[in-house]
Ligand binder design. Structure first.
Ligand code: AGP
Length: 610
């Protein structure tokens, strides 16, 4: 997704904008640009480049820009190919804009403005914003009113920042559906799409809410809603240190985040669980107190990795609460006339809290009168403010596009939510044995990470495959799906996760000596079933890479070509551990293939458009 950065204050704007854009790279982009008011030239200077930010920096090497007001943008093309001409910022008359989102009525506005004599120079939807601003300003010569009317006339989603050549002491910002945060610094104000871009400069953040706009000067900030009523800015302190958002000595953010999981899981559990009493308390989810007593069904809605967490949630909640549960892909759920009632709890799961389809799903749930809850990793994100309750994971900033620590932190949040459900519905504190198993997860995860080099050996043969199959049963079916997603999204190798019992219903036709099959098996009831499936695969020449519970060491010694063991744990907690070798395998295969691990092609960290 596109990224926005802006600065106004006492310092030189260009280095701040470039630093901020670099921290937004993980959102995915194909071009970048900045625009600043050059105090010596007395005009706005705009520099844009296709490709990585380093291309923009090359152009800036030959240019001296003395500026303390500026905006910048990384573009993930939606309308118009990646090109310098389509790169933001876009200019019209004295105004320059950067935009994240989609202007749904841009064609209608473009033809209206063309009839008024305006010439368009790009294929983007964004350009209509700045042309409309100039058109409306020409009517009343009042920049703020022109900005308000511009916002009222565009339909779609937007996070916008506009600067003006004859008013260089201010930035106009507004948001609807796309995220925008304001940083409050000692040396001025910052604007960005996401928190990591601001962390090097300040940890004091103001979340602009949907349908809010701000007039930002270097030592003054006014916030209004779209009706023009002034609002009190609410400053929050972000505890994420800039280093936490750095690589910390790892080769890639994804690698760092895989290895951060023991801490992320522990940091998510600790604030919510009173171990001595076995009591869960979720501070922003008090609405669940009565919801859990009345609901008859739970639906988890999410996308991608978060959907796979929802699938684990389904199995967990059905086991814990005996309630019918579903996990639904948000983009399917939102357009299907769901039979929701006030007795159906809809739970959105989202690392970013900004995924358009997941927000759309919650909108539908609220329209149908269903109680809602969100499990998100970003404080103050849209979903956290759309739902009746919110459970924050504490994974810290997840920069790698491929989600890892956010996934296991989501599992921790789901477990705690299920325990709260038991507490409320049955008046029972959590089972001691289960709690001690839960508290051992971070240590057991560390043990797996200590053996990560074993999986590097699997990477070379698998990196040569055209397709890879992942098989699991019950909770490990969800892990098989997630393992396949990890591989395909960062190594670009086709991979499919399958319920192992489904093999004989078609996919087994795919198996031959060229197809690596990653099998996941827990001990107990499902082991015998998995054993039969593994034999079926081997009988057809498939090469089996088996991840198994360490207590099966004897039983599986001759069962597979390659073996990796994970520590044993409670049946309902196995996804926490089995997913780690999947993440590591995908990472090592991607490194072997030399793909862009942290910013895989075509992908964005947060899909804020449909
Ligand atoms: C997962 O590795 C992907 N990056 C992607 O599937 C992601 O999980 C999905 O886009 C949902 O994002 P969210 O958790 O921020 O809503």
């Amino acid at each position: 997704m596109c990224g926005i950065i802006g600065y106004i204050g006492n310092q030189q704007a260009v280095p701040i904008l470039i630093e901020g854009l670099k921290r937004l790279e993980y959102r995915g982009y194909d071009s970048a640009g900045i625009a600043c008011y050059d105090t010596e030239k007395g005009e706005i200077v705009r520099i844009r480049a296709v490709g990585k930010i380093s291309e923009l920096e090359k152009k800036l090497r030959d240019t001296v820009i003395r500026a303390s007001t500026g905006i910048g943008h990384t573009r993930w093309a939606t309308h118009g190919a990646p090109s310098e001409n389509n790169a933001h910022p876009h200019k019209s008359g004295p105004f320059v804009v950067v935009h994240n989102g989609i202007v749904e009525n841009y064609r209608e506005l473009r033809s209206k403005l063309t009839q008024e004599g305006y010439q368009f120079t790009s294929d983007t939807d964004t350009e209509v914003i700045v042309k409309l601003m100039e058109y409306l300003w020409n009517e009343n010569k009042n920049e703020w009113k022109a900005f308000q009317k511009t916002i009222q006339n565009i339909r779609g989603t937007f996070a916008i920042a506009i600067i003006c050549e004859h008013l260089p002491d201010r930035i106009f910002v507004a948001r609807y559906e796309s995220p925008l945060v304001i940083g409050v610094g000692e040396e001025g104000y910052y604007v960005a799409s996401d928190i990591p871009a601001l962390l090097p400069f300040t940890q004091k953040i103001i979340y602009l809410n949907d349908k809010e706009m701000a007039l930002i000067k270097k030592d003054n900030l006014e916030i209004y809603n779209f009706n023009g009523e002034e609002l009190e800015p609410k400053i929050e302190l972000i505890t994420w240190s800039p280093t936490l958002a750095e690589k910390g000595g790892y080769r890639h953010f994804m690698q760092k985040e895989i290895f951060e999981q023991p801490r992320a899981i522990s940091d998510t559990i600790k604030p919510y669980l009173n171990v001595e009493k076995g009591i869960v308390s979720l501070p922003y989810a008090s609405a669940l107190e009565n919801v859990f007593n009345t609901i008859e069904r739970i639906i988890f809605v999410a996308c991608g990795t978060s959907y796979h967490a929802g699938l684990v949630g389904k199995y967990l909640f059905e086991a814990f609460l005996g309630l019918p549960c579903e996990a639904d892909i948000a983009s399917e759920f939102r357009y299907r006339p769901s039979i929701l009632t006030p007795r159906t709890l809809v739970v959105a799961i989202s690392q970013s809290g900004e995924t358009a389809d997941t927000k759309g799903a919650i909108k539908v749930a609220k329209e149908m009168g269903a109680p809602t809850c969100s499990i998100v990793n970003v404080l103050g994100s849209s979903l956290s403010r759309m739902t009746d309750s919110v459970i924050y994971t504490h994974a810290g900033p997840e920069i790698g596009v491929a989600s890892t620590k956010a996934f296991t932190s989501q599992l921790a949040a789901l477990v705690l939510m299920a325990l709260l459900g038991i507490q409320i519905r049955e008046g029972k504190t959590s089972d001691e044995e289960f709690i001690s198993a839960l508290l051992e997860i971070p240590h057991k995860a560390s043990k797996i990470l200590d053996s990560s080099s074993q999986l590097e050996k699997w990477a070379r043969p698998i990196s040569k495959a055209q397709t890879v199959i992942y098989l699991g049963r019950n909770l490990l079916y969800a892990v098989a799906l997630e393992g396949a997603l990890k591989l395909k999204e960062i190594s670009y190798i086709h991979a499919e996760g399958y319920a192992a019992g489904e093999m004989k219903h078609g996919p087994i036709a795919l198996i031959d000596e060229r197809v690596p099959v990653v099998c996941l098996t827990q001990r107990g009831f499902f082991f015998e079933k998995m054993k039969a499936n593994i034999e079926e695969v081997r009988a057809r020449g498939g090469k089996v890479y088996l991840v198994a519970d360490e207590l099966l060491r004897k039983e599986v010694s001759e069962l597979a070509h390659e073996l990796f063991f994970v520590p044993s744990t409670h049946d309902l907690l196995i996804p926490f551990l089995f997913i780690i070798p999947m993440q590591l395998l995908a990472y090592y295969v991607a490194v072997e293939k030399g793909t862009d691990v942290d910013q895989p092609r075509n992908l964005a960290k947060s899909v804020t458009v449909e």
